[in-house]
Design a protein around this ligand. Structure first.
Ligand code: NDP
Ligand code: GUE
Length: 295
């Protein structure tokens, strides 16, 4: 038996279609259009790709979408000024500052400057705190997308042994909090974890966010485990290729033989991240207009 493929691309398309429908209903009833501003500092080629697809999909959902591309040498003050302008802009309901920022810009200071009500990434410390306390908050897009795929695949997660590999503020930590809130029994592994293969063997659910191509082999997995591969790694181009292939943090071929279900890369978590960003932006817009729950 090989693994079921978890089709994040199809699930994300459905989520985007629902956002587009709700957006059209909101516009028709109230003349309100959700506005998303994405800020990209520097020319990181991978970030350019994500920003391009965010803008395209926001427009396709019927949003007002603006991208601010700033040169790599932009000062922290100039970036903070732009954030302040976006905070004050009544047509903008969601602000996303693409990470990582160039060296020399204090990421924490920038995240702290974003109005928590417009923080559609869920990275502002106030929203991180709300998530940790179990209070309503915008949930970081990537872990939120992973949780949706897990619930779609497994239904109720109560009592399941879940392992999150990686403890970053944008993926690993919020992922663990969401799994905990869903009543899973959660382990967080990182670069200092001893005998990761042994820890992995116990898990019914494995979410991998490490940033190393093919890091988790099938041999580490419990047979039947549900595996969510967050990694986005570009391999060096093979001879004759213009650019290298995208691969995840899971060794797909060996994991496919052992796992019960598995997300592919591309076409797994990545599209869910963008769909959740649109949903978070629509929710932020509804909340700003006092219409939460109405659409
Ligand atoms: N699909 C999507 O939408 C998204 C994909 N990504 C991708 O997900 C991956 C992870 O991203 P991100 O969380 O930002 O990465 P970070 O580099 O911030 O974090 C990586 C984590 O992996 C851990 N780690 C590194 N080496 C090992 C090891 N040998 N054994 C166990 N743990 C290890 C680190 O541990 P320690 O803390 O001890 O250093 C750290 O906690 C990347 O490939 C990124 O491109 C990211 C965001 C969105
Ligand atoms: N403030 C901030 N918020 C983020 O959410 C954020 C960020 N910074 N910095 C970078 C990471 C990475 N990220 C991805 C989004 C979509 C895909 C995606 O759509 N991937 C496609 C393939 C895309 C391709 O072909 O290159 C897929 O996996 O199928 C991937 C990665 C969001 N991030």
């Amino acid at each position: 038996m090989t693994a079921q493929l978890i089709d994040g691309k199809a699930f994300a398309a459905g989520l985007r279609a629902r956002v587009a429908q709700r957006t059209a209903a909101l516009r028709d009833a109230h003349g309100v259009v959700p506005g998303l501003a994405v800020v990209l500092v520097g020319e990181d080629p991978a970030s350019q790709v994500y920003v391009g697809s965010k803008e395209r999909e926001a427009r396709a959902a019927g949003f007002h979408s603006v991208v601010h591309r700033l040169p790599a040498g932009t000062s922290e003050e100039a970036l903070l000024d732009l954030v302040a302008t976006l905070n004050a802009d009544p047509l903008i309901h969601g602000i996303l500052v693409q990470l990582p920022l160039p060296a020399g810009i204090d990421e924490n200071r920038v995240l702290l400057a974003i109005d928590p009500d417009k923080d559609v990434d869920g990275f502002h410390p106030v929203n991180v705190g709300r998530l940790a306390l179990g209070q309503p908050a915008p949930v970081p897009c990537t872990p939120r997308g992973c949780l949706m795929l897990l619930k779609e695949t497994l239904g109720d997660l109560t009592g399941r042994e879940a392992l999150v590999i990686g403890r970053s503020a944008i993926v690993g930590k919020p992922m663990a909090l969401l799994l905990l809130a869903a009543n899973a029994t959660v382990t967080i592994a990182h670069s200092r974890t001893r005998d990761l293969a042994e820890v992995c063997r116990r898990a019914d659910i494995v979410v991998v966010a490490v940033g190393r191509p093919g890091f988790v082999p099938g041999a580490w997995l419990k047979p039947g485990a549900v595996v969510i591969d967050v990694g986005i790694n570009r391999l060096p181009p093979a001879p004759g290729e213009a650019k290298g292939r995208l691969v995840g943090d899971v060794d797909f071929d060996s994991a496919f033989q052992v796992a019960g279900a598995l997300t592919p890369v591309p076409g797994g978590v990545g599209p869910m991240t963008i769909a959740c960003l649109l949903d978070n932006t629509l929710e932020a817009c509804l909340a700003a207009k006092g219409l939460a729950g109405a659409f």
